[in-house]
Write a protein that binds this ligand. Structure first.
Ligand code: NAD
Ligand code: MG
Length: 474
């Protein structure tokens, strides 16, 4: 194990105010009731800021502002809307370091991921959809596709700014206006994005940000003047939203959980596969809907493969998210840590064997060591339920048919991975996997041009690519 000197990124690049308001009609205000909640840095439990809670009347004002802005915004020529989106993309690039540090502070993710993955992808999504804004007539949705109106968007805490980009960029490119609610543990980057919108001189009301917890999200998705609901988060809340929206005439896309299988065949390049498995489950502390949370390894190589995996896991550095050498940062909240701990205890109680490398965890904050469970069967809860943390369940298989059957034996269907030297096997197996995204000899690769979304309880609709436009067009 190498010794590393500390390599902290500077916090001073972020200028945090003590309190933040709602962003409605191009201006910040404190909300009607003056209720606030606190957002903390999960690595230290330090309060970062107080943020306004939007009540029903605030949501109503935000939706009204989006409605007023919709007419003029939707009537702008696509090339004009594109200019705003390009401007937003460039400002995000200019402010990337500040936004990466902010995201790491509020979410707990390692700075190297916020800096090298989240922020470049956020900018890339705005650039990509800016490029579509004046080409909608050629996107395959008829000669004159029309926007839907006001989009109500609710996002989770795992990739706060990136999930905002996935939702806001296609909505604006197609001429819709937006009311977005970020997650209650990670509201800050959305509020900084509001400032980016002001800097870009986006017309007031085109983007509105309402902060608060699930109640605020519920007011938004229920609001009668919202034409389109887009949600990313838990399957449980997704179901509730589907029930609320049913029969209302609102359009709905849901991006929910996953329990992806990462399948390693006996001819796989071992070192490359180990890196992919590690990336698949430990990237972003495993708070990833498409995480490769089930390793299916061919029985004949299972022992030696697990030895290599454990050796690699022992080199993972857990700790200060702002240290540039950190691989695994803080768990996003006390509630999420409790959920991960509980499911892991259930894993042991049900008879699976638990292993973590030795690592010392900071005393304050929310932390969970990278963990694998071996001897897992398909009936175990840790093989069926989304843990949404740095916990890998390992199962074995003998034949490709068995691998496919086990991979598909899940209520989810968001993503999967295949590791093998044979191209023909990749194609044959990918064809049989019920998953929205299948990666081969790689994992967790994202591109704005590539559609993303699930089958079954992973939700419906696609985000990204040309497909992602469809959700925002009549
Ligand atoms: P959640 O679904 O409760 O929260 C996601 C977002 O929905 C947040 O902004 C939240 O405020 C909002 N929300 C909550 N209740 C709502 C309601 N009734 N109406 C409208 N909006 C509502 O997720 P969570 O509690 O933060 O996490 C629980 C589990 O969900 C995790 O352990 C994980 O398994 C899963 N999850 C999945 C994703 C994903 O990307 N698919 C993201 C976050 C969490
Ligand atoms: Mg926070």
């Amino acid at each position: 194990m190498f010794e590393y000197a500390p390599a902290p990124e500077s916090r001073s690049v972020v200028d945090l105010a003590g309190s933040y308001g709602l962003f409605i009609d191009g201006a910040f205000d404190s909300g009607k009731d003056g209720n606030v909640f606190k957002t903390v840095n999960p690595a230290t439990e330090e309060v970062l800021a107080e943020v306004a809670t939007a009540g029903p009347e605030d949501v109503d004002r935000a939706v009204a502002a989006a409605r007023r802005a919709f007419g003029p915004w939707s009537e702008l020529p696509g090339a004009e809307r594109a200019k705003y989106l390009f401007r937003i993309a460039r400002i995000i690039q200019e402010r990337a370091r500040e936004l990466a540090v902010l995201e790491s502070l509020d979410n707990g993710k390692p700075i190297k991921e916020a800096r090298d993955v989240d922020l470049p992808l956020v900018a890339a999504h705005f650039f990509y959809y800016a490029g579509w804004a004046d080409k909608l007539a050629y996107a395959g949705f008829g000669p004159d596709p029309r926007p839907l109106g006001v989009a109500g968007q609710v996002i989770p805490w795992n990739f706060p700014l990136l999930m905002l980009a996935w939702k806001v960029a296609p909505a604006l490119a197609t001429g819709n206006t937006v009311v977005l609610k970020p997650a209650e543990t990670t509201p800050l980057s959305a509020l900084f994005f509001a400032d980016v919108c002001r800097q870009a001189e986006l017309p007031p009301g085109v983007v509105n940000i309402v902060t608060g917890a699930g109640d605020t999200g519920a007011y938004l998705v229920q609001h009668p003047d919202v034409d389109k609901v887009a949600f990313t988060g838990s399957t449980e809340v997704g179901r509730e939203i589907a029930r609320t929206v049913a029969g209302s005439g609102k359009r709905l896309t849901l991006e929910l959980g996953g329990k992806a299988a990462n399948i390693v065949f006996d001819d796989a390049p071992v070192d490359q596969a180990v890196e992919g498995i590690v990336n698949g489950i430990f990237f972003n502390q495993g708070h990833v809907c498409c995480a490769g949370s089930r390793l299916l390894v061919q029985e004949s190589i299972a022992d030696s493969f697990l030895d290599s995996l454990k050796r690699r896991m022992a080199t993972l550095r857990v700790g200060d998210p702002l240290d540039k050498n950190t691989d695994i940062g803080a768990i996003n909240s006390a509630a999420q840590l409790a959920r991960i701990s509980e499911l892991s205890e259930i894993g042991s109680a049900e008879g699976a064997e638990r292993w973590s490398p030795e690592c010392s965890l900071p005393e304050r904050g929310f932390w969970f060591a990278p963990t694998i469970f071996t001897g897992v069967t398909q009936a175990h809860r840790i093989a069926r339920e989304e843990i949404f943390g740095p916990v890998l369940s390992v199962l074995t298989f003998r034949t490709p048919e068995e691998a496919v059957a086990k991979a598909n034996n899940t209520p989810y269907g968001l993503s999967a991975g295949i590791w093998t030297e044979k191209g023909s096997r990749i194609l044959a197996v990918a064809d049989k996997l019920r998953a929205g995204v299948v990666w081969a000899n790689t994992f967790n690769k994202f591109d704005p041009a590539s559609p993303f979304g699930g089958y079954k309880e992973s939700g419906y609709g696609r985000e990204g690519g040309r497909h992602g436009l469809e959700a925002y067009l009549a």
